[in-house]
Each structure stands twice: as C-alpha cells, then as structure tokens.
Design a protein around this ligand. Sequence first.
Ligand SMILES: Nc1nc2c(ncn2[C@@H]2O[C@H](COP(=O)(O)OP(=O)(O)OP(=O)(O)O)[C@@H](O)[C@H]2O)c(=O)[nH]1
Ligand SMILES: [Mg+2]
Length: 399
Amino acid sequence: MDIYPRGYDGFDSFPKKAVEMPPTYVLVIALGFITAAAGFWMYMGLHLVAPVPRAPRPTEKQFVSILPDGTRSTPKELPCWIDKWSAEKEVAKRKTGSKAPTTTTTTTTPLADIPIDEAELFVSVVVPAYNEEERLAEMLEEAVAFLQERYGDAHAQESVKDENENKGWEIIIVSDGSTDKTNEVALNLAKEHQLSQYPNPATGPPHGSIRVVTLEKNRGKGGAVTHGMRHVRGQYVVFADADGASRFSDLEKLVDGCKSVEDKRGRGVAIGSRAHLVGSEAVVKRSKLRNFLMHSFHLLLYLLTPRATARIKDTQCGFKLFSRASLPFIIPYMHSEGWIFDVEMLMLAESAEIPMVEVAIGWKEVLGSKLNVMWDSLGMAWGLAILRLAWGLGVYSKE
Ligand SMILES: Nc1nc2c(ncn2[C@@H]2O[C@H](COP(=O)(O)OP(=O)(O)OP(=O)(O)O)[C@@H](O)[C@H]2O)c(=O)[nH]1
Ligand SMILES: [Mg+2]
C-alpha cells in the first residue's frame, strides 16, 4: 500500500517556500558568541589539564647523609632558599602594594631583586633518580671523583677555601618515590667515599657532600629536579641524569660557558648539548622511529616556543647548569612534572632575559632508559602545547 500522498517523490522540502537567511549582522554576532564560548571553555579546560605541582611534604624537606663516624644520619632539615625568598617577597608585595613581576618586565621590578641566601659552596649537583639501583653507582663514582679533584672537599679548611674560592660541592640525590634500593646505593657510596678515599674533617660541620632526599610519591623527572633545586647551597647548580650518560668532567665547560655569558646580576644558564653528535654513530644507531620523533619534536619546539628557546638545538639534554642568581627567576614558577620541564625552565629563563649558552658535551648511550619512545613523545608534545597555552593565556603567571 502507498503510504505517501500521491505525487510525493521523497525529496520535497517543507515548508515549501524558500528558507529565509537571517541578516549578516546576526550571523556575525552568533559567530562571535560561539567563538567566545569556545574560548571560554578552552580556557576553563586549560585550568583543568595544566599541571599544578604538588606542595612538598614535610619528610620531603629532609635529607639523610653519612656522618663522620660512618653511620647514617637521622633525617635533617634541608636548607630551603625558596621558602625564605617567597616569604620576603610576600612582605615586600604587601608593603609596596606592587604587582608581582610579569614575564617581560621582571628585570625592572624591585620584587625581582629580592636576593636569595648566599651560596655556601661552589657547585650543587641535583640528580633525579627513579629506581636507579642499577645505574646510579657508576654515575656517582664518576661525579664524586671529578668533583673532589676539581672542587675539593666541601668542608675544606678555611685557608684552602681562601686560596681558591671555587671550592666545595654537594650532590643532592632526589629519589623520586623509588621502590628499589636507590637510596641504599647512594648512601653506601657516600659512606665508601667519605671514609676511605678522603680524610674526615677534623673540625667543622659533619660530612654531607652527598644528601639523599626521598619523595614519598613519584612526581616525574621535572618534579624531582625542581624539588632538588629548591634546596641547593651552590653558587652554580647543575642537574645530571642518574645514568651517567653525560661526561661529568664537562661540568667545567658548563661553568666556563655560564660565566662567559652571565649578566651584571650574575644570571646565566649553560645548556649541555648533544647537537654536535647528530650524525654520529651513537645517534644513527638509534631506531628510525626515535630519530623521526626527535625531529618532529624539534619542529614542534621551533613552532611553539619563543625565539631564544626555539634556537636551542638540544633542549632535552639532562645536563644543564644555572648560576645561583638565576634560580629565583625560574624555580618558583615551574609547573611541569614530566619530561617537558626542561623547556619550561628555558622559557622562564628567556622571559626573564637571562643569558643562555649551549655548550657541546660528551655523551654516551646507557642501557636501561626509562623513556617510552612512543608514549613519552606524545606526552611531551601534549605537555608542550599545554605549557605554551597556559603561559600564553595567563593560566600560569609569575604571581
Ligand atoms: N624523578 C624521576 N626521574 C625519572 C623518572 N623517570 C626517569 N627519571 C630520571 O631521569 C633521568 C633520565 O632518565 P633516562 O631513563 O635515562 O631517560 P633519558 O636519558 O631521557 O633517555 P635516554 O636518552 O634514552 O637515556 C634519570 O636520572 C632517571 O632516573 C621519573 O619518573 N621520575
Ligand atoms: Mg638516559
């Protein structure tokens, strides 16, 4: 049976008269509304997805080291330049009623001039370590041997310090919620070195050249490095991977590079770079996928980051050095917990007009990488986009 009226061919429009379009100005207003709503929800969404670093827990502000008698210390309070600096900044803000510095005006605002505690030693090394019982000891051996030879005992007699003020070092190992024997390995090594290889100080503060800090819960490399850098005592601060991939003695090159670019306020950043190794056996031997992802990431960086950061050839190298004066312009404003934190550090340095220099360093492939090439690359691309948007749209600020 035919259920449609006679003459209906299935393509009739209803109503039969032509559809009237609204006037153009209505369309423009509607489009404006839709764009504003999309922008609003994107902005709100950004608030939800942009990482917010968790506050350190009380035990995370403590360290364990080896005492002169070879026993393990009880947990002791870590010095924390940033707490004091933040408190002073708050007071200054309230007094002057001035606004906190914003990205490009940082160098001219008085708040930015609040100094941090003076350095107590020449160089601090921050080592993020997540389940590194296998790889850490070798890295520490190399680092301690170099530091001790080049920068001497952290507790050297005053006269030795006077001779050469580039004296004293510390290593802060930030065990990032490790579930293996990372802490044991670090403390055992501290014990061996402090008791056998080098003389105990007759007087002065107890040994503490290697400090082990434990994060209760895994944060990610960025979180661990940032945490360690809140507690450094050095005039220069370098972070280095626990796998010992970078040649540790190149630290001296980083120090020299940093000194050569420092501004009048002593601010400078030296970035270890493996860019000169592209094309070498170590890089060529990597899988095609890894090299492809590396190039894609470089392109993304070039497109998404501001000029000075975009010019850096190797943003991801785990060997970067900061002068102490640079720290208050970078560390308090860090958000990234994962692998993309290096880029945030460089963007912050750039926004505060801190001079940066890339320094070629030696580097070797070390087995046991924790990087999942596919997933971590996607995570980094996502992290970079969020980071850029969050800084660009004011979700992150230097308040
Ligand atoms: N704190 C923390 N550190 C991590 C985490 N994953 C890796 N690391 C540390 O980051 C550093 C570098 O890790 P690797 O696994 O060597 O990764 P990578 O050097 O970027 O990659 P490769 O070039 O393949 O070696 C090491 O010191 C690790 O212990 C993590 O979840 N948390
Ligand atoms: Mg590595």
